[in-house]
Each structure stands twice: as structure tokens, then as C-alpha cells.
Design a protein around this ligand. Structure first.
Ligand code: FHN
Length: 444
């Protein structure tokens, strides 16, 4: 009897549709190949854009309701101003695709509870705005047309719904002395059913806002099972449950649900073999659009972030925060176009690659992928060697050839030493493709 009880407890931790490793690998394949995606934080918070009643608020602009302690009743009239007439989903998808991004994760609902689609569960949605039209469907269609995965960010925490169980007095829905989390969870599931049955295949459900006490491990497991019952091939991040170790993003242990870890605004120091993860980061300092935030990272920094993350076996989810009129800010467009210029030459060194096999690559980073009869190493050279020599210490494989991706020029090989041209064709990151025989083998 005791053994049966232990088995029942162990099984209860597994997803309802527990899968084999091969089935999981098949489901995760596109994500692992992609390496690069666009994050979109968009909603009525793009109207105040970091300010409220003429007062600027530091911090991430999609949190303006929290920063300025705006009661729900005072925040709701924003919907009467939301009219993104310049929204062009086709242009957004092409901008992402040209940058080398393979998926788009857009906020269906952020913490303020506002829905970017016409939900039957609430009037706090796009249908109640001057714009009226569904913002998600045309983006989903454009993604499918251009071969990108359409994915959704969905906040578990909901500052608008009176039954969200963790109350902050300023929210104005604190007038509900006994929030009913079962009622709230039913509301959230009904909305997720709309999103997972009316918008075609959804690549990722990117949950967030799981950290407040109102959400529990039990509810996380139940929600994970529910989502997968609607779309069995969907990928769900680890913020569906309670296992995330803060902004570091990885899960405490495998009893918690979620297909991958979600480091936020940071890149793990080292790769994590056998672990799927994705670093989500902003181009400036805010996720939602802000009139105040001009702290833009350089295109060089963004490209090297992408390379650093790919060299550690992770994905880069790079954010844009569109304006209330429906435009992606010009500084974001400029940076995505610069990344695209680099990716036009070097995408093969990112897409479908696996992590750096070397202990140390002081000159830059390394990614790799299998090729017929061997392995292709992509040496991402950030610091061009003064003497033109690049060594691959410990490489036991025979090198069968090497060339620069930038101009396809052949590179001289002597043993495990490459002789590079005097100057780097690309000062941000010049990639040397080095073909070796067989699977990577490193001397101890
Ligand atoms: O509170 C959110 C924040 O607004 C933003 O959505 C980020 C993006 O991952 N997640 C939470 C902060 O960790």
C-alpha cells in the first residue's frame, strides 16, 4: 500500500501527458534551432509611457500603475485613448525576420489585466477602445505567412481582476475582502482557452507574474496540464509554476513545471549542458514604451549578447516596446536592422548551433553544429589577434578546412593554429568557420 502511495505521489508531479525524452526533443527542436526571438511588451501603459499626472516615474514603464499607485477606476479610462492606428503587424514580423529572429512573443495580457484581443470574459480589452480590432490575430497571421512562430506572454498576476488573491491597497480592487482564487483561475483558463483555440498553433506560452503568494505550485501544475491539454506541442516556460530562482531564471529542481529557464536581463556565466533556457532582455531599460528611457544598448552590445547566449546553448529574447500609436521606436528599429546586417552574413553561426566545447576562448566565443562527416566550429572573434594567430588548445580533431564567413576567404591552418588576415573584416564579430573530422574531441 505504501509503495502504491509513493508511486501516486511521484506520478502526480509529472505532467498529465508525460512524454519520452525523444518526444520532448522533437517538441523543443524548433526552439533550440531558433536561438533568437522578439519580445513585444504592448498595452495601454504605452499611453502614460512612464509618466503620470505630469510626474515622471523611474523604472519599467509597464509598471506605471504600480509605480504611481493608480487605482483601477483611475487607470481604466486609458482604454478610451488607446487607438494604435499606425499598427502594422506585417512590418513588425518582417523587421523581426530580417533581424534573424525565428519567433515573436507578444503580451496578450500583462499585469494590468488589459487584453490585446476581444475576450468574451471581460470588457477590459481592445474591443472597448477606439481601435476596437483584435491586435493578436493579424500578428499571428503575419507570423504564419513569414514562417515565424507566434507566441504569447500571459501574466498570471492580474491587478485588475477583483479575485486575484494578493492585494495591494492602491489597486482599488482591494475592496474585495475575500478574493476567490478559484474564480480567478477559472477566468484565466477561459481566456487561455480563447487564445489556444482561436489563434492557431501557439509556439510558446510565456507565463509571468507567478511570484506573488496567491499563486501556488499546485495551481502551477494544474495550469501547465490545462495548457498542454489544449495544445500538446506547445512550449511552456518555467514561470507557469513556482520553481524559478528569481531573475537568475532557472528552476530550483525538476519537481516544478516548465520546459525552460528564463534568466531576465542577464546571461548565465556559463552554459548549462542539457538545460534549455532563454535570456529575455531589453534594448534600453524598460519593457513597455517609455518617453523617459533613452539608455539604449549599442548594436555591438546586442550582437555580442546574441553570440554569448548562443555560445552557452541558450536563446536570446530581445524586447521592443511599441508606442500607443502602434510603432516600434526608431532606436529599436535601427538596432534590429544592424543585427540583421550581421545575421545576413553570419546566421549559420547562430541558428541550429550548440554550445562552446572549449574551456576557454579568450578571443571571443564559439558555437558549433554537426556537418556531414564532422563538425563545424564557428569561432566568433571579438578581439582580433595582433599576430594574426588563433590557437585552438586541446583540439584533438583534424582540421579539414577553415574560412571567414564575412568574405568566404580561406584561412591557413597549421595543426591547431589558424593564421588570420591582418585586420578583422567585422570589428564587432568576425566569424571563422572551422571544419573538423568527426565529433568534437578535446585532449584533457
Ligand atoms: O514584471 C514583469 C515585467 O513587467 C516584464 O514583463 C518582465 C519581462 O520578463 N517580467 C516581469 C519582471 O520580472
Amino acid at each position: 500500500m505504501k509503495a502504491l502511495l509513493c508511486l501516486a505521489i511521484a506520478l502526480s508531479a509529472l505532467p498529465l501527458n508525460a512524454e519520452t525524452e525523444a518526444e520532448r526533443d522533437a517538441r523543443m527542436e524548433w526552439f533550440r534551432e531558433a536561438r533568437f526571438g522578439m519580445f513585444i511588451h504592448w498595452g495601454v501603459y504605452s499611453i502614460p509611457a512612464g509618466e503620470w499626472k505630469g510626474k515622471p516615474y523611474k523604472g519599467i514603464a509597464e509598471w506605471i500603475q504600480n509605480h504611481a499607485k493608480i487605482p483601477v477606476a483611475e487607470y481604466e479610462p486609458l482604454k478610451d485613448q488607446f487607438n494604435p492606428v499606425k499598427y502594422d503587424p506585417e512590418a513588425w514580423v518582417k523587421l523581426a525576420k530580417d533581424a534573424g529572429m525565428k519567433y515573436i512573443v507578444i503580451t496578450s495580457k500583462h499585469h494590468d489585466g488589459f487584453c490585446l484581443w476581444d475576450s468574451k470574459q471581460t470588457e477590459w480589452d481592445i474591443a472597448s477602445t477606439p481601435y476596437k480590432k483584435d491586435l493578436l490575430k493579424p500578428l499571428a497571421e503575419a507570423c504564419r505567412k513569414h514562417g515565424l512562430k507566434f507566441c504569447l506572454y500571459h501574466s498570471i498576476m492580474d491587478w485588475h481582476h477583483p479575485d486575484w488573491g494578493t492585494k495591494k491597497p492602491w489597486r482599488g480592487n482591494a475592496d474585495n475582502p475575500a478574493p476567490d482564487m478559484d474564480a480567478y483561475t477559472a477566468y484565466m483558463k477561459a481566456q487561455l482557452k480563447e487564445l489556444l483555440t482561436e489563434y492557431g498553433d501557439v509556439g510558446i506560452l510565456w507565463f509571468d507574474g507567478e511570484w506573488e503568494d496567491a499563486w501556488t505550485h499546485e495551481r502551477g501544475k494544474d495550469l501547465d496540464d490545462y495548457v498542454r491539454s489544449l495544445q500538446p506541442d506547445i512550449i511552456v516556460n518555467n514561470r507557469v509554476d513556482k520553481g524559478r530562482k528569481g531573475m537568475e531564471g532557472m528552476s530550483k529542481d525538476d519537481k516544478f513545471r516548465g520546459d525552460y529557464g528564463t534568466p531576465e536581463q542577464q546571461i548565465p556565466a556559463n552554459g548549462l549542458p542539457g538545460v534549455d533556457w532563454e535570456s529575455c532582455m531589453t534594448m534600453n531599460d524598460t519593457w513597455g514604451y517609455s518617453n523617459l528611457d533613452h539608455d539604449w544598448k549599442s548594436s555591438e552590445k546586442l550582437i555580442r549578447n546574441l553570440v554569448d547566449i548562443a555560445s552557452k546553448g541558450g536563446n536570446y529574447l530581445l524586447n521592443v516596446g511599441p508606442t500607443a500609436e502602434g510603432e516600434i521606436p526608431a532606436p529599436s528599429v535601427e538596432r534590429l536592422e544592424a543585427i540583421g546586417d550581421w545575421m545576413k552574413v553570419n546566421a549559420e553561426s547562430i541558428h541550429g548551433t550548440s554550445a562552446n566545447p572549449f574551456k576557454s576562448t579568450p578571443w571571443g566565443r564559439c558555437t558549433m553544429k554537426a556537418i556531414d562527416g564532422g563538425t563545424r566550429l564557428y569561432l566568433h572573434v571579438f578581439d582580433w589577434p595582433q599576430d594574426g594567430k588563433l590557437k585552438l588548445p586541446g583540439l584533438a580533431n583534424e582540421i579539414t578546412g577553415a574560412r571567414l564567413l564575412a568574405n568566404r576567404a580561406k584561412v591557413r591552418v597549421e595543426g591547431a593554429t589558424l593564421t588570420l588576415p591582418a585586420t578583422a573584416p567585422d570589428p564587432v564579430d568576425t566569424v571563422v568557420a572551422v571544419d573538423i573530422k568527426g565529433a568534437i574531441a578535446l585532449e584533457e
